[in-house]
Design a protein around this ligand. Structure first.
Ligand code: KIV
Length: 255
């Protein structure tokens, strides 16, 4: 089957009980490789800021940087559904949210993702009303890491648990096609997944989400200076690069 994957394809996977694999891709070769590997959902995440651009967190990523990376990934013309993150401070008002979502779509994104629930619902509604597919992001919100003082697990307290359930329902009700759940306690992630009909895509949120997403650099060990606790890299790319360089230096007689 060679046809483009759509938001409907992703929703149908949940309906069939088929797990959804999703990974980040920030450029042409990675988008092409992951697409050829059969990953149905690719995200140009604002994690690009940390694992590619060298920022300490995602709050430094700009719209221009997101557009640049979405364009690069979109040149791979993936069969996979390709999303782009709306970066920090790019969706504070309805008009900003719609204008910036349109910029990511013009750069080649099939959908956009933004962080938050009830607080950003008017923006989400407007993005969807503009005909742009939207993926939610609940739980630990990396764009809020500075005000929260770290990457903290969400859903442990009753109020947090209830807000997560309400936010997931609200995003689903206004037409989001999927929701990323980041660092949500596994029982709460399971409850959310069972309570809505759209897929949940977990990251560090246990095995019972409808799909899983990882930052590809974590999966392949190409950003060895920090690996989240919940990731077991499948290959040590950083080590392979260093060995290849050492072997080549040896070949050419370099010290
Ligand atoms: O920025 C990102 O890469 C993300 C995913 C890992 C969920 O938001």
């Amino acid at each position: 089957m060679n046809s483009k994957i759509t938001t409907e394809t992703i929703r149908a996977m949940k309906a069939r009980g088929e797990k959804i694999a999703a990974l980040t891709a920030y450029d042409f070769p990675m988008a092409k490789l992951l697409d050829e590997a059969g990953v149905p959902l690719l995200l140009v995440g604002d994690s690009v800021g940390m694992v590619v651009l060298g920022y300490p967190d995602t709050t430094h990523v700009t719209m221009a940087e997101m557009e640049h990376h979405v364009r690069a990934a979109a040149r791979a013309k993936p069969k996979a559904l390709l999303g782009g993150d709306l970066p920090f401070n790019s969706y504070g008002t309805i008009s900003e949210a719609v204008a910036n979502a349109k910029r990511l779509v013009a750069a080649g994104a099939d959908f956009v993702k933004a962080e938050g629930g009830a607080e950003i619902l008017p923006q989400v509604k407007a993005i969807i009303a503009a005909g742009i597919a939207f993926c939610g992001h609940l739980g630990m919100l990396p764009q809020h890491v500075l005000e929260e003082g770290g990457y903290k697990i969400k859903g442990k307290q009753d109020a947090e648990h209830q807000k997560l359930l309400n936010d997931a329902k609200a995003l689903s009700d206004v037409g989001a096609f999927a929701i990323v759940l980041e660092l949500v306690t596994p029982p709460v992630a399971k409850e959310i997944s069972e309570s809505i009909s759209i897929p949940t895509i977990g990251i560090g949120s246990g095995p019972d989400c409808d799909g899983q997403i990882l930052v590809t650099h974590d999966l392949i060990g190409s950003f060895p200076w920090f690996t989240p606790k919940f990731v077991k890299p499948k290959v040590n790319c950083a080590g392979e690069i260093k060995s290849a360089v050492a072997a080549w230096k040896n070949d050419i007689g370099a010290r």
